[in-house]
Design a protein. Structure first.
Length: 218
């Protein structure tokens, strides 16, 4: 089976679109009927995220950490216990492409780092958008790491020890460990994910702060 891990902290507004997209990816004919498990890790949620996850048929895990590294690790553990051979990670404010899982697996690598597209720049000015894209490589061979678009085989994940319990840059830390353990990584633009550019970022040091840094450089 394959697994999708989605950490969430009070994401009732954006989680439905995320889960709809994940469900479509899980039903792609290119997977030839292989089972896909979706786990939403509810990290200190006080809104309706749990109900939404259950409405969409996702499994749920509860933690009280406000720590995305711990959240991703908790979701991965559940799926590994169920026998997942491949783990795909995205975020609750993101929407994966219909062929997202198929594209990851087609690369025949032990891990896949994909790119992201921003869905709405409405909270930012044109100069910030331009500054971001001047430094962003949206093609194969990029070196971007996004927790919203990351895949890894179960064997490679376990070899690294998994996500460290850190509140930001947990995705970069995992990829660094994958590199250190000689994991074959595909740096590809084929697996596509659309993500939010909201200013009210859920994780300090995450994508929202990356955009803020781009704004400082404009």
């Amino acid at each position: 089976m394959l697994g999708i891990v989605i950490p969430a902290h009070n994401e009732e507004k954006l989680l439905p679109a995320c889960l709809r997209a994940s469900r479509l990816a899980a039903q792609h004919p290119g997977l030839k009927g292989e089972q896909v498990g979706v786990v939403v890790v509810l990290d200190r949620c006080t809104d309706g995220s749990e109900l939404i996850a259950r409405e969409y048929g996702a499994s749920t895990v509860f933690i009280d950490a406000r720590n995305v590294g711990m959240a991703r690790a908790a979701g991965a553990s559940v799926l590994l216990e169920k026998g997942a051979r491949w783990l795909s990670f995205t975020d609750a404010d993101s929407r994966v492409a219909t062929d997202w899982l198929v594209a990851q697996l087609a690369l025949k690598a032990e891990a896949v780092c994909g790119v992201v597209t921003v869905d709405d720049w409405g909270e930012h000015d044109a100069a910030t958008r331009a500054a971001f894209y001047r430094s962003y490589v949206n093609s194969d061979g990029h070196r971007h790491v996004h927790g919203a678009n990351l895949g890894v085989s179960a064997q490679a994940y376990l070899r690294t020890g998994g996500f460290p319990p850190i509140a930001c840059s947990e995705d970069v830390a995992l990829v660094d460990m994958l590199i250190a353990t000689d994991t074959t990584i595909a740096w590809s633009a084929a697996p596509r994910v659309t993500t939010s550019a909201r200013r009210a970022s859920r994780a300090r040091g995450g994508f929202g702060d990356t955009l803020a840094t781009a704004a400082d450089r404009k």
